[in-house]
Design a protein around this ligand. Structure first.
Ligand SMILES: NC(=O)c1ccc[n+]([C@@H]2O[C@H](COP(=O)([O-])OP(=O)(O)OC[C@H]3O[C@@H](n4cnc5c(N)ncnc54)[C@H](OP(=O)(O)O)[C@@H]3O)[C@@H](O)[C@H]2O)c1
Length: 263
């Protein structure tokens, strides 16, 4: 039996359902929306398993919330297989790991940045979702939350690498809604606008001044705002599927128009 075979989860979930707490897996939980979501789900009673590449942060968060932290690189097949092999039960999967690199036009596109964005956002979501589907079905009340973006609904100059990856990630998620009809798994897409996290720092190559300038002169969302919405989604009864939730700061109308750039 392979570590991700459906039988493995089906066999274990019979025991787990009667005696263990519900388990939520949050990818990309070493900062921002993922870390805040892990805290909210732990406070709601889940045993939360957190994964990311920065293991020191994952271990500290797991200790803080009484959860479990394992190293996870969603772009690496072996890392995903090792992460999944350590899980006995999964009721909620939050596909949150992701981000952007660069703000180049199509004409100046950096192919390495594009590969990073597609590997992390699209194939990362695909890897984790595919590997954990058997466990989510075996749970009897599974939930997949995928954090896409306003960039999965719109486009903007200098954003094509990210918007195309987020559109593709959303297609993986939205397609499953039909493919899983009749199975006990719900699917919710969370599409936030501007959230002040490490997102812009990563996107802008670690330049803190440039990252701060993205949010100066407006009030962006914070990670907790998004996490609380995910907590609400997870608290709905099993027959209620919140399909897609778009949340933006009041100061942002769309990806191209906000209170600082209002034309
Ligand atoms: N901030 C925004 O304005 C915004 C808006 C809409 C959507 N989003 C989306 O929200 C999600 C979370 O972003 P955030 O704003 O919270 O940014 P963040 O603070 O930069 O967090 C990104 C997380 O993704 C993890 N990650 C990146 N590459 C990974 C990999 N290969 N394997 C595992 N984990 C990986 C990072 O952990 P490690 O580096 O430790 O691996 C980190 O924990 C992303 O999918 C992002 O696209 C953000």
């Amino acid at each position: 039996m392979t570590p991700t075979s459906p039988e493995r989860f089906a066999a274990r979930s019979a025991d787990a359902n009667s005696s263990q707490r519900r388990v939520a897996v949050v990818t990309g939980a070493s900062s921002g929306i993922g870390a805040a979501t892990a805290r909210v789900l732990a406070a709601a009673g889940y045993h939360v398993v957190v994964g990311a590449r920065r293991v020191d942060r994952i271990e500290a968060l797991a200790a803080e919330i009484g959860g479990t932290g394992y190293p996870l690189d969603v772009t690496d097949d072996a890392s995903v297989a090792a992460f999944v092999a350590r899980l006995d039960r999964v009721d909620v999967l939050v596909n949150n790991a992701g981000g952007a690199r660069g703000v180049s036009s199509v004409a100046d596109a950096d192919l390495d940045d594009w590969r990073w964005m597609w590997e992390t956002n699209v194939l990362g979501t695909l890897r984790l979702t595919k590997a954990l589907l058997p466990a989510l079905i075996a749970s009897g009340d599974g939930l997949i939350v995928t954090v896409t973006s306003l960039a999965a609904l719109q486009f903007y100059d200098g954003g094509s690498g990210y918007t195309s990856a987020k559109h593709a990630q959303a297609m993986v998620h939205r397609t499953l809604r039909g493919e899983l009809l009749g199975k006990p798994v719900r699917l919710t897409e969370i599409a936030p606008g501007m959230v002040e996290t490490e997102f812009s720092l990563v996107r802008l190559g670690g330049d803190q001044e440039k990252a701060d300038a993205v949010y100066a002169g407006m009030t962006p969302l914070v990670a907790q705002d998004v996490a609380e919405v995910i907590g609400f989604v997870a608290s709905r009864p099993p027959h209620v599927n919140l399909d897609q939730i778009v949340l933006k700061p009041r100061d942002q109308a769309d990806t191209r128009r906000n209170v600082k750039n209002n034309k």
